[in-house]
Write a protein that binds this ligand. Structure first.
Ligand SMILES: [Zn+2]
Length: 348
């Protein structure tokens, strides 16, 4: 099979398209013939050696494959060759208290992340455990499913499951042009919220407005807190959707109304930030941590996409051979939504 590998950490020029042996399915495993695979910023962290995950060389990047099952290992039940699927990014233990209660993102004994132990998704074939499989429903294309899986899964987990967003609430979505930002605008509107969003670029704010965002703030030319207060009659928002870190974390806290909550899943722009404790407790604020999502949440969002209630944002697709161009576009941040690699398989 063809796969994108790197033999050392570095910039996108370390990526090579190479011919590798096909994986074979052991007991409880399946091989997926990949048709579409989405890019994520985690892939860049892994390639640069700053992800805090163990990486062995040569390494195949990628954590978000979609395709068809081409081989079933011994003992796999409930799945057929040809089934259209995506793979949950953690090979969970299926046995711990968190797995048994549908909170797989908290599994205490995960065997691997897709793209870590098992070989990643920037390839024509990927191996995973049958327990990782998620069915892609009719009405959702392969490219759409790849663009949706992590972005909408994360947005659903953060807004609905962790922060318990309710109809009529106001939400501030940080960085609406990213994959998870554009997904959050749609999930929040679907839940009946009034959505304020920010970005460094006006063209991204325009696209988010087309997705239903009510108020847009350009944080390079406008003060986020001031604009939030203007849009909420001086009250502040009920909920902040945070995944940026650094200055936007504090601006998020300052944008909250009393008893407001901030849900956070990342902090690329500054992972250690000052925290003013006094207003935090006097105003009874909450900060809620959120890590990835659960398989059932991906099933939920794929179902909503199939019914037309949510729309994955595909910024661009590239063949596997053009992975460097695709990655450079992602690192430029000059795009809206998700970038997807295709392998030329049917349906992609
Ligand atoms: Zn577990």
């Amino acid at each position: 099979m063809k796969a994108v590998v790197f033999h050392e950490f570095g910039h996108s020029d370390v990526l090579r398209v190479e011919e590798l042996p096909d994986p074979t399915a052991g007991p409880g495993e399946v091989v997926i013939d990949v048709t579409a695979t989405a890019l994520n910023h985690l892939d860049v962290d892994v390639r640069e050696g700053v992800s805090r995950f163990p990486v062995a060389f040569p390494h195949i990047a990628g954590i978000e494959p979609v395709g068809r099952i081409s081989e079933l290992g011994a003992g796999v039940e409930g799945w057929q060759v040809g089934d259209r699927v995506t793979a949950y990014l953690i090979a969970t233990c299926s046995a711990c208290i968190y797995c048994r209660t549908g909170r797989e993102s908290l599994c205490v004994a995960p065997e691997w992340f897709v793209g870590m132990g098992s070989g990643g998704a920037y390839a024509e074939k990927v191996l995973c455990k049958a327990s990782q499989l998620i069915r892609v429903p009719d009405g959702v294309g392969d490219v759409e499913a790849a663009a949706a899986h992590i972005a909408f899964g994360t947005a659903w987990h953060m807004l609905i499951t962790r922060a318990r967003l309710r109809s009529g609430e106001t939400v501030l979505v940080n960085s609406v042009g990213s994959g998870i930002g554009s997904a959050a605008v749609q999930v929040a509107k679907h839940a009946g919220a009034f959505v304020i969003g920010n970005s460094s670029r006006d063209d991204k704010l325009e696209k988010a407005t087309e997705l239903g965002m009510d108020v847009g703030i350009n944080y390079t030319t406008q003060d986020v807190v001031e604009e939030v207060m203007k849009a909420t009659g001086g009250e502040g928002v009920d909920l902040v959707y945070e995944h940026v870190g650094g200055e936007l974390f504090q601006k998020g806290l300052d944008s909250l109304r009393k008893d407001g909550r901030l849900v956070i899943c990342g902090g690329h722009s500054g992972e250690v930030v000052p925290f003013d404790i006094i207003p935090f407790f006097r105003r009874q604020l909450s900060v809620i941590g959120s890590f990835v999502f659960d398989r059932s949440e991906v099933e939920t969002v794929l179902g909503l996409i199939a019914r037309g209630a949510l729309t994955p944002q595909v910024a661009a697709t590239y063949p596997l051979e053009q992975v460097k161009e695709a990655t450079d576009l992602m690192e430029s941040r000059a795009f809206f939504g998700k970038i997807v690699l295709t392998t030329g398989g049917d349906g992609a």
